[in-house]
Design a protein around this ligand. Structure first.
Ligand SMILES: [Fe+2]
Length: 212
């Protein structure tokens, strides 16, 4: 345990979030769309039965490509976070198809270290002037895990915004700590919204415990 005794400013309780467009995604996305819609047609609960899926247990070239992109992204994420040693993890993934009105209520991803989503297809939304002005179809929102710290925030202090929203595009990958609560806004389109979510679980997590 460290006790700080010197004068200074410290940014406490950091949180790292990664957003990145993957180059070369167009060819892979066409394959993913075909593959996922095919699997959806043969399944009764493709999206909600995510624990039954092993999306990455395949040698399909597009899946190989995404597996490598996730690995590279996770290594970059860890390095940026200051984790400057190799980590051994297991990748588990599942595909999601959201149709008109589908959303995913707030949740986190227990028993994983890092979680993420790769977007295959995000359709244009149909909204009208009658919709609420703050409607954000097909977006994903993340919530500050320090419950209610925004309660007494004032202009320009770092605690003002309790949520962080991304408008995903096809080819985008997001990566975040698995404990972070997030919510997938409704798809307001007749076209399907398709994504691939994943968890990275540490192998032998006690190997990485900090010295405190
Ligand atoms: Fe999720």
């Amino acid at each position: 345990m460290h006790i700080y005794e010197e004068d200074g400013f410290h940014l406490l309780w950091p949180m790292l979030f990664m957003q990145r467009m993957l180059p070369g995604n167009e060819a892979a996305n066409a394959e993913f769309e075909r593959l996922i819609l095919q699997r959806e047609a043969a399944s009764t609960d493709l999206t909600t039965g995510y624990t039954e899926q092993s999306f990455f247990a395949s040698s399909h070239p597009a899946i190989d490509w995404l597996r490598q992109c996730i690995h590279k992204s996770a290594v970059d994420y860890c390095q940026r976070a200051g984790v400057d040693y190799p980590i051994d993890w297991t990748l588990q993934g599942w595909s999601n198809v959201n149709r008109l009105g589908d959303y995913h209520d707030p949740h986190n991803h227990p028993y994983a270290y890092l979680s993420g989503t790769y977007y295959v297809r995000v359709p244009e939304s149909i909204t009208t002037e009658d919709n609420r002005s703050d409607v954000r179809p097909s977006c994903i929102t993340f919530y500050d895990p320090r419950s209610a710290v925004n309660m007494t925030a004032i202009k320009n202090d770092p605690q003002v915004e309790p949520e962080f929203t991304v408008s995903p595009k096809a080819g985008m990958i997001l990566l975040w700590p698995s404990f972070l609560m997030h919510y997938v806004h409704p798809n307001l389109s007749d076209e399907p919204r398709i994504s691939i979510s994943f968890n990275l679980m540490l192998k032998n997590p006690t190997d990485y415990l900090p010295e405190q």
